[in-house]
Design a protein around this ligand. Sequence first.
Ligand code: ZN
Ligand code: ZN
Length: 127
Amino acid sequence: MGHEHGAGAEDCYVCRRPAGFNRAVVDPREEVEVGRICVNCERDELDDRFDPASSTDGTCAYCRREGTYALPRYEPVAVETDEIVVSMVSTSLDATPIRLCEHHLSELGAGAEEAADVAVGEATLAG
Ligand SMILES: [Zn+2]
Ligand SMILES: [Zn+2]
């Protein structure tokens, strides 16, 4: 349907709504952000399904296969230039973020599509 806005990297991977700066979905091999996960979806889809602390060895947090994608948190960073301090956010792959395999990442996106349909009904697409 004609009007996609770019790669959609700023929308939540799960619910397709603006994700803000909460958690990114990153392909560590390419060091490219492939999506984001918003606060609500992190709480609904991630928090009660596994313990983030258990996924520190590079394997998928659900199935223990290769963790192809990393889900690092955004961290606020203050960047000082000459006279102003610019607030930025950055993701760090050094902090052993949650990892998911391709299968479980796509399942995360597909699993919430019904919920997204409901949400679209509520949202106005003012642009
Ligand atoms: Zn979401
Ligand atoms: Zn998996």
